[in-house]
Design a protein around this ligand. Structure first.
Ligand code: ADP
Ligand SMILES: Cc1ncc(COP(=O)(O)OP(=O)(O)O)c(N)n1
Length: 288
């Protein structure tokens, strides 16, 4: 196997999600995050969006047989070390993806699966489909995922607890509903930071909010980074801390001159940051 720049064998990661033509979020953000962390990106597109930094104007489904063919093409050829699942607004796609991943010849349980259930974008556009899609995500993805990474509003909707704003209680409800672990992003909008419940213990992930208005793609970047770190063998609480660090820095260093709405994050600048790259190197040294 050809080693990467650090001497490790190539780690291939798969993202299953939808396209953002403005380049900040969706599959495009995932490929950038995988690449920034030195991994090889593979992609299965389930939908197209017409969107930019100000919002989503239109969505279009990739036909189901084409989704199935893409999954088969990648999974029968490339040994993926991590899977990230992003925007899937069609219940049929949710079922198909869950079916293919759980029916793999090589058990995918050995491979971390991070599900980022996108329901509303930072620009305020609904992107997760209707209640049927939410029900399908609950039924098919909660038990499949190593960890799910909803933001606070998405977690409330998935848990069916609209008035509850305590992330610990929402996360516990999601585990009751079948999730193995829940990482609620931006769980404390007043102070910043995330909240991890690993099914047994709660781990607050402290953070500070940056007021740069560069949040477009923060969630996609965060969940992709998390998938890579889990594939590299980090434990979930450590991976959650580091993924937040990278995402928060990507917001801080975001592309303020791109677009007129919520500007895109910059994951490459984040991992180039001396403090972030030192922390990544320290944790990744000695793991696969
Ligand atoms: N303004 C911000 N400043 C610092 N970190 C942020 C900011 N916005 C989001 N993050 C971090 O980025 C990651 C993704 O969070 P979030 O924006 O909630 O995702 P989503 O795009 O799914 O709503 C989390 O780790 C969160 O704490
Ligand atoms: C195609 C597509 N997928 C996901 C998102 C959501 O991206 P996210 O990283 O949560 O950031 P925001 O869009 O909420 O800023 C998306 N917009 N498009």
């Amino acid at each position: 196997m050809r080693p990467d720049a650090t001497g490790r064998p190539t780690l291939a990661c798969l993202t299953i999600g939808s396209s953002d033509p403005s380049g900040g979020a969706g599959i495009q953000a995932d490929v950038k995050a995988f690449s920034a962390l030195g991994t090889y990106a593979t992609t299965v597109l389930v939908g197209l969006t017409a969107q930019n930094t100000t919002g989503v104007s239109r969505v279009h489904d990739v036909p189901l047989p084409m989704v199935a063919a893409q999954l088969d093409a990648v999974l029968t050829d490339v040994a993926v070390g991590a899977v990230k699942i992003g925007t899937t607004w069609s219940p049929d796609v949710v079922e198909l993806v869950a079916d293919r991943l759980s029916g793999l010849a090589v058990p995918i349980v050995a491979v971390p699966i991070v599900v980022d259930p996108v329901l509303v974008t930072a620009s305020g556009s609904a992107l997760g489909g209707g209640q049927e899609a939410v029900t399908a995500v609950r039924r098919c993805f909660l038990p499949l995922a190593t960890v799910i990474t909803p933001n606070l509003g998405e977690a409330q909707r998935l848990a069916g607890t609209p008035g509850e704003d305590d992330p610990a209680r929402i996360a516990e409800r999601l585990v009751d509903l079948g999730a193995r672990a829940v990482l609620i992003t931006d769980a404390r909008p007043d102070t910043g930071g995330d909240w991890l419940f690993d099914g047994e213990r709660h781990h607050p992930v402290p953070g500070r909010r940056h007021d740069t208005h560069c949040e477009h793609g923060a969630g996609c970047t965060h969940s992709s980074v998390l998938a890579v770190l889990l594939a590299r063998g980090l434990d979930l609480p450590t991976a959650a801390q580091l993924a937040h660090r990278v995402a928060a820095r990507a917001v801080e260093t975001g592309h303020r001159d791109v677009g007129s709405g919520r500007h895109p994050v910059d994951v490459f600048a984040a991992v180039r940051d001396a403090a972030v790259s030192k922390q990544l190197a320290e944790h990744l040294e000695g793991v696969r």
